[in-house]
Design a protein around this ligand. Structure first.
Ligand SMILES: [Mg+2]
Length: 290
């Protein structure tokens, strides 16, 4: 896939600075840009991480901020998640926002949806793997096997630490025996992601969104997962990337400590941040958003 940023940013070994220490710099960069592509992860970023993956909803302030972005002619908001697209849409509860589900395998951009062909063909294989896996991990308390259609997530957040390795080994065995070589396992946050072996990730998803966006616009991406690193690398030095959490190794340029701080930062963007976006082009009518 074509990542617009041809020079991936090397992963830094020290934590990036907190956004609070960089407001001046962020304000400068926003003021030089005629628009903003605001990409965000869902779980752990727009919503607090919950023990039960069926619970999360975006917080009310985040819903408001996303609404502000959506209604602003110089902003394109987009949510990129590991969740299935339909699930993501329903949880978000906001129309008119680009949504990308299953780490980019399913996309709904500018109101038109598509599933990658590789992903669609993997659906029956994912289904088979989930059923077989369910039988094996049933007796390991706290394990949740979530069949998301073209992908699946095995959650172990609530599993006894001593049993996590057993869960992982069941996943590996079942995927290698019944995945027909079409599936891969990726590490998620307290979870394992089972996905089609398609060359596609959150970074490719963000690149796709950029194809739909005026290329003079600044890209900002915020997320808490290891799968968000691919998107941070696509943002590169040209844009703004924000890691939510305290991971030691991240390609992000900035960070906030948790989803509470993410909410405050996103609110800042939706108010002070948008207020300083360059108005140089606005007098001419500005770049077309869609
Ligand atoms: Mg997340």
């Amino acid at each position: 896939m074509n990542h617009r940023s041809s020079q991936p940013t090397p992963e830094s070994t020290s934590q990036p600075p907190l956004v609070w220490a960089a407001f001046e710099e962020l304000r400068d960069r926003l003021s030089e840009s005629p628009g903003l592509l605001f990409g965000t992860d869902f779980d752990g970023t727009l919503s607090p991480i919950a023990e039960d993956p069926t619970v999360p909803e975006p917080t009310e302030p985040n819903v408001q901020s996303l609404g502000t972005f959506r209604d602003h002619p110089q902003v394109r908001p987009a949510v990129i998640s590991g969740r299935g697209l339909a699930d993501l849409r329903e949880r978000l509860g906001l129309a008119g926002i680009d949504c990308v589900g299953n780490h980019g395998l399913e996309a709904d951009i500018d109101g038109s949806g598509e599933t990658l062909p590789d992903a669609a063909s993997a659906e029956p294989v994912v289904d088979d793997v989930c059923r077989r896996l369910g039988g094996r991990v049933d007796d390991i308390e706290g394990t949740v096997v979530e069949n998301k259609g073209v992908t699946a997530t095995v959650h172990y957040r609530q599993v006894d630490r001593a049993a996590v390795e057993t869960v992982e080994s069941h996943v590996q065995t079942v995927v290698s025996e019944y995945g027909r070589g079409e599936l891969e396992i990726h590490d998620g946050k307290e979870s394992l992601e089972i996905r089609p072996a398609a060359d596609w990730d959150k970074g490719s998803a963000l690149s796709q969104l950029r194809e739909h966006t005026d290329d003079t616009w600044l890209t900002l991406y915020i997320g808490d997962d290891t799968t968000d690193e691919a998107a941070f690398r696509v943002v590169g030095d040209e844009g703004i990337s924000v890691h939510v959490g305290d991971r030691e190794t991240t390609a992000a340029g900035y960070r906030v400590r948790d989803s509470t701080e993410a909410e405050v930062f996103i609110r800042w963007l939706a108010t002070d941040g948008l207020a300083v976006l360059s108005t140089a082009d606005r007098s001419k009518g500005g770049p077309a958003k869609r």
